[in-house]
Design a protein around this ligand. Sequence first.
Ligand SMILES: Nc1nc2c(ncn2[C@@H]2O[C@H](COP(=O)(O)OP(=O)(O)OP(=O)(O)O)[C@@H](O)[C@H]2O)c(=O)[nH]1
Length: 619
Amino acid sequence: MSPRALTPLSPAATPASQIRNFCIIAHIDHGKSTLADRMLQITGVVSDRDMRAQYLDRMDIERERGITIKSQAVRMPWQTDSATGATETFALNMIDTPGHVDFTYEVSRSLAACEGAILLVDAAQGIEAQTLANLYLALENDLTIIPVLNKIDLPAADPDKFAKELADLIGGRPEDVLRVSGKTGVGVEALLDRIVGEIPAPVGDADAPARAMIFDSVYDAYRGVVTYVRMVDGRLEPRERIQMMSTRAAHDLLEIGVSSPEPTPTQGLGVGEVGYLITGVKDVRQSKVGDTVTTLRRPASEALAGYTDPKPMVFSGIYPIDGSDYAELREALDKLKLSDASLQYEPETSVALGFGFRCGFLGLLHLEIITERLSREFGLDLITTAPSVIYEVTTDTGEKVVVTNPSEYPDGRVASVAEPMVKTAILLPKDYVGTVMELCQSRRGALLGMEYFSEERVELRYRMPLGEIVFDFFDQLKSKTQGYASLDYEPDGQQEADLVKVDVLLQGDKVDAFSAIVHREKAYAYGTMMAERLRKLIPRQNFEVPIQAAIGARIIARETIRALRKDVLAKCYGGDISRKRKLLEKQKEGKKRMKMVGRVEVPQEAFIAALSGDVEGKK
Ligand SMILES: Nc1nc2c(ncn2[C@@H]2O[C@H](COP(=O)(O)OP(=O)(O)OP(=O)(O)O)[C@@H](O)[C@H]2O)c(=O)[nH]1
């Protein structure tokens, strides 16, 4: 703890002139959480004894994967010497923002709650695509930017080179780029001083009706929903009845306070302050990020700008591997939904996989996080179908059909199909430009531009179908550039394309879980791959089983599983009866795990392996 942090903040409201609201924008792994930890320690809000790494990342999965999913806010005291020699205590509100593309909406709300941003860049890595994306968001919100190079203690750090890169990017001087180490604490006090000196104090009308913007909403099993707000105008006090301006729903304010970093109740929140509200609601959908809170007694007439409902972009079917877990899966999804308003799901059934749910996600990472939480926090064994995007199909009668699941595709009646497009920005070392351009072209990308960022680093911009990105694009990009490329994308409307639905048939019966909507040129490759996989995975039956891939009625690929006559009793001919019975029972057990597709018995594992591409090592 620094001697300049000794005065604890009084729980009474802080005047706006002594408040600084800021966030840290950084690419994943550039050290945001470590720097935040150091600030908490230096300002004395967390004692050295209580300090644990990544103090603010509360979800286990966040800590393990080292990523921040939900944003949090924390208030820290900091003293500076004024020109007159007197010391002044400021309240610094640090608003933590998630760094990943899937959560751009949450990032932009957190930014809207701040007047300034620390642009944190790893001094050994330089600027990455995510840094850029978030910097542009911050500039759109008119935030004051403080450029900072982190990890200067690393032997591989090259602060001179990257200070120039950063200065060029935001139009400043290299010597104004601060150099810190979140790990050792070097430069962190100077950074706190610059926050006070450079970031403007919040402005608002203290006498106006209360308006607070919700920038985060977290579900807590004991306290219900905890809503994080930034006061813009007026004041909120305990026991007041508050109103959500988008839904007009009113709630009693049971508790109001600031996080420092543990929740600390206060007598209210005034202009520019950042804090939390507890109303006893149990569902984050009643307290939506981006919404404006006012009071019922004296409601504001106009909501703050910027509220939109985040829309799912990627859909996938989630099925329990053991069908009897269905009810548990439903319960688990209901629980997750309490803390994640953007998760959507509805029941669906599949011939191959039984009963499950069609789920909508903000992006691939969101999908991964949800499936991982389902298996980790609820102990469920799950299989997810290949991710799909939203297709808009126009039928030959002019009707528009929205398709998020290939099984809803209006076969035989399709006049045209539009698919969602995204603008991508890929930042990479120049040596990989050729390889990455090839990859983007093979994914139907159209080059929008290419820019040299420094001597070695290039930004490639492509317009691409989202459907091509959800299909292992990121993994391919990483492996083709040895992990050096970074990717960011944003939605960019829809575009018509020559898309077809490929079905996979077992002995003439469609296996829905394997149907996919793909570009016509890739249909053949998809069909042959799935047919081949299934031939390797499905055991031989008593009759010949054709596996076909088809577009409508036209077969585009075929494999055959040859017939086999298997007599389980053959080996114990003349043997004793109990042994025979045992064998028959064993066979019955095995059948339970089989799914029937028409007359064909398919082990559940074969479906799972075929979907996950895990074909090797099986017969
Ligand atoms: N040497 C050195 N390592 C650091 C420093 N700051 C962070 N690290 C390391 O860099 C890695 C990433 O740091 P985090 O603080 O988790 O990064 P982050 O930006 O919060 O990551 P996300 O939450 O995923 O966005 C960790 O292994 C840290 O120990 C630093 O100043 N010096």
